[in-house]
Design a protein around this ligand. Structure first.
Ligand code: SAH
Ligand code: SF4
Ligand code: F3S
Length: 462
């Protein structure tokens, strides 16, 4: 999932804001945007029970690490981090360490056996049980709940925002995934797909607006299969319907979403995006591969031609829409010719942005059970490099086209490189850096693009 260029979230770490009194909880988050949103649900559940959120692990009584299993290196990163916590625990015997999220779900009791100093293992659908599990762990038992649910959406919980800016927030609209792509661990770690009550989504969005937020990103692994049966009003609300409900909350609120699925993305969603100026013109439509045989082996449910048809529909209905994608290099049996078809599709689409990965075999997935991870590591690496090099060129080309254009930018904060500069994004989700003038975080400003790199646009306020 993505949009905030956060998709490559193995890197993401959110450190929470300091709270008041009570036992102190420190949460660190790895993985996708969904995990970022979940950590905010966890923060809400725990602060409701009197815990306060701490910014540094040194003064925490409990450390929770929200984890990702998507690729092997995502798990390795967490294992390394656990070593840091353990060092800490050796100094502070009462410190409790909990592993939550996708790794907890995937490894279950194994995690308690392998990582001796871990006290709690809690899966993504069991967060309401956290206060009880913490109590159990506090009394010296190892505590675990990894039950998956068909209903849990945490719909009634108002997340405690942990992000640094009060401008942009994630709102979870569904959980789980029923797609069963051959390579993917998500259906196992997140369970069955279920949609959240749209009225609770709108309530959360209104609450964010009241707090001054200017942008929401609606999150689901496959937002296009969102469906809510509204029995009271005898209607079904699909993703286009939900998007419209959220867009209507305030014309001053930007609405983004992630992730679309090529098989399920409808023209109705595209027309809804066209109808509302405040729905941002950027679609993340992961293709994974440009070759039909590989796509079939991946169980993606569409062909190259089908995907190209979806891109044509976007170009027609939303001429100014940016496009991004995910790619997997070196999936089982992928030949050189098949890899080249990924490159040719990239050139045809001219993506503005992409997340690119080497295939990483995940235990118990279809690909692990039935296919051979037989593309040698060096070849995977070389193919990935070719994909990245090409995307850098495409991103630069796309950015160069923006020079001379003026965009409305929502200011997100001060540029990392200079206090005199601010950064924000345009509707197309491109980052723009500019001299701050009188603008401040949370403002909408018009910025004319003057120069660019493949990663950023630079400009000045007009
Ligand atoms: N639901 C989203 C993606 C979630 S995971 C979707 O279907 O698009 C984000 C990305 O991680 C995927 O799009 C895919 O490109 C990548 N990914 C998933 N499993 C992987 C694996 N086993 N090895 C390498 N990359 C993987
Ligand atoms: Fe994984 Fe496929 Fe579901 Fe995306 S759609 S989360 S890649 S199974
Ligand atoms: Fe997200 Fe990683 Fe889980 S990508 S759904 S945190 S496996």
């Amino acid at each position: 999932m993505k949009t905030n260029k956060l998709e490559n979230l193995d890197k993401l770490r959110i450190v929470s804001k300091a709270g008041e009194n009570g036992p102190k909880l420190y949460i660190e988050t790895y993985g996708c945007q969904m995990n970022v949103a979940d950590s905010e649900v966890v923060a809400a559940i725990m602060t409701n029970k009197g815990y306060s959120i701490s910014e540094n692990m040194e003064d925490a009584n409990i450390i929770l690490v929200n984890t990702c299993s998507i690729r092997e290196n995502a798990e390795q990163k967490v294992r390394q981090r656990l070593n840091d916590y353990k060092k800490h625990k050796k100094k502070d015997k009462d410190l409790l360490i909990g592993v939550i999220g996708c790794m907890a779900e995937r490894l279950k009791t194994k995690l308690l056996e392998e990582e001796k100093l871990v006290d709690m293992v809690v899966g993504p659908d069991a967060y309401r049980d956290l206060p009880k599990l913490v109590e159990e762990a506090g009394s010296g038992q190892q505590a675990i709940n990894v039950l998956l649910s068909r209903e849990e959406t945490y719909a009634d919980i108002n997340p405690v925002r942990l992000g640094k800016n009060n401008v942009s927030a994630f709102v979870s609209i569904m959980r789980g995934c029923d797609k069963m792509c051959a390579y993917c661990v998500v259906p196992f770690t997140r369970g069955r797909e279920r949609s959240r009550d749209p009225y609770t989504i709108v309530r959360e969005v209104n609450d964010l607006i009241a707090k001054g937020y200017k942008e929401v990103t609606l999150l689901g692994q496959n937002v296009d299969s969102y469906i809510w049966k509204d029995e009271e009003n005898n209607q079904a609300i699909n993703f286009a319907g939900l998007l419209e409900m959220v867009a209507k909350t305030s014309s001053n609120l930007r609405v983004r979403y992630s992730t679309s699925h090529p098989k399920d993305m409808t023209d109705e969603v595209l027309y809804t995006m066209a109808k509302y100026d405040n729905i941002c013109k950027n679609i993340h439509l992961p293709v994974q591969s440009g070759n039909n045989r590989v796509l079939e082996n991946m169980h993606r449910g569409y062909t190259r031609e089908w995907y190209m048809d979806r891109i044509r529909a976007i170009r027609k209905i939303l001429p100014n829409c940016a496009l991004s994608s995910d790619f997997i290099a070196g999936f089982c049996d992928e030949t050189e010719e098949e890899h080249k078809e990924t490159l040719s599709l990239m050139k045809w689409v001219e993506y503005d942005f992409a997340y690119m990965f080497k295939y990483s075999e995940r235990p118990n997935t279809f690909a692990h059970r039935k296919l051979k991870d037989n593309v040698p590591e060096e070849i995977k690496t070389r193919r990935l490099t070719e994909i990245i090099d090409l995307q850098n060129k495409l991103s630069l080309k796309s950015n160069k086209k923006d020079i001379g254009k003026t965009f409305e930018v929502l200011v997100e904060g001060v540029s990392k490189k200079s206090n005199e500069r601010l950064f924000g994004r345009n509707s197309q989700n491109k980052v723009i850096v500019f001299d701050k003038g009188k603008a401040k975080t949370g403002d909408y400003v018009n910025v004319k693009v003057l120069e660019c790199t493949s990663a950023t646009l630079k400009g000045s306020i007009v």
